[in-house]
Design a protein around this ligand. Sequence first.
Ligand code: PA5
Length: 484
Amino acid sequence: MIQNVKLDFKNSGIEEKEFMQYADEVAEAHDELHKKSKSKTEFLGWLEWPTKYDKKELEKIKKSAKKIQEDSEILLVIGIGGSYLGARAVIEALTHTFYNYLPQDKRKSPQILYVGNNLSPNYINDLIDLIGNKDLSINVISKSGTTTEPAIAFRIFRELLENKYGIKEARKRIYVTTDKKEGALKQIADEEDYTTFVIPANIGGRYSVLSPVGLLPIAVAGLDIEKLLEGAKFAEEKYSDKNLKYNDCYKYAIIRNLLYKDKKHIEILVSYEPKLHYLIEWWKQLFGESEGKDGKGIYPTGAEFTTDLHSLGQYIQEGRRNLFETVINIKESATDIKIKTDEDNLDELNYLVNKGLDEVNKKAMEGTIEAHVEGGVPNMLITMDKLNEYNLGHLIYFFEKACAMSGTLLGVNPFNQPGVEKYKANMFKLLGKPEKKKVAEKAKKQIKSSKEGKRVKEPKEKKEEKEKEKKVAKRKPTKGKHEK
Ligand code: PA5
């Protein structure tokens, strides 16, 4: 079988005979996950998604991506957590490191900017400055459709878009990715007749990057979303073997659990490629939200080497011994730089002449793994042949399935996130948000009446259109409203 993503656990301190004792438990958890995935009410829709995704929706995504590429200099992705991290992870991994800074003729597709993932007025005001007069489209992504951060950002940037283009044209530049039936965002999208993409009900936010959540922005960035799905499909087949002996994905899951039992409570995901910064962020959310509950779970964190060897390196080498590392190694760098000779050799680097910088990076990796393992930090190494759509689709699926298995073995529900609600409840109380019950009742009524064919508002009615245009005309300029 092709090994385009490979796990090496020889430095984990856990031997095969040790983890193979858990083979039955793993096989049982596998059966449970696959059985549950047949039910529409479990959050396991992602498990068979690479083979079963909606092909029509994919065509619609490609068509919209093309339109955005043609009429926009910027795509603004509005979303938080699972509603933006996956797209950003793939885009940043597979495009030019300085993609957004490149001139448009070199970039060939719109700049991709992100908002709605924090509540900083400075961030939003600075973004408005950056956007300036450029042509813009928005992809607002929220499964619940009620998350505060993206909802506020959408209100601000929808207004900006309507002021710039007028309501009619703005409608053609707003793309909504949300639940098929429920949520405030769905309701707005229906009223305004925005192009809408569906987040399958049985796919949770952090497992949704291969659904329209990730695919539309990724396609706008000029990447091949079919290759991404093909790689994930390959992984779906490869990791469908419940026999632990032949399943690297499950090996990663069980070894993590055994290290956790051995008081290694922190996992650092490490990369030597800055392009993987957001993949690490995506992974942190995936594992953090999936496993950190009921007083249990490995704390997932990330590091970028060699950069962080000059900040975190000291702690990793000699601090508390409650850590382990998982390193993502890209075997073949897309580009390289040969180190040239220098007559004076004052920097004493001539011993590197004719070596590629990638080789230096790899030696740094090998040397660091050796040092950290000797220092008491177990290591797992995940090697990808190359950084491309196919392999990244594979790696994404690898981590998703490993996470589901790992959480199941840990005895938690890897698909909920009850802890995320706590800060929201406090914040809403402090802000004086009206009670949820009343809002929910109102929303229910509206959904019911829209189902009965009595739309809450008729969006295309000329009269209403005029009213709205009038309202927009009266609005203060956006800049004045969100003054610094
Ligand atoms: O994994 C999850 O479900 C969460 O992290 C969500 O992605 C995040 O909270 C955003 O939620 P929503 O898409 O409903 O706005």
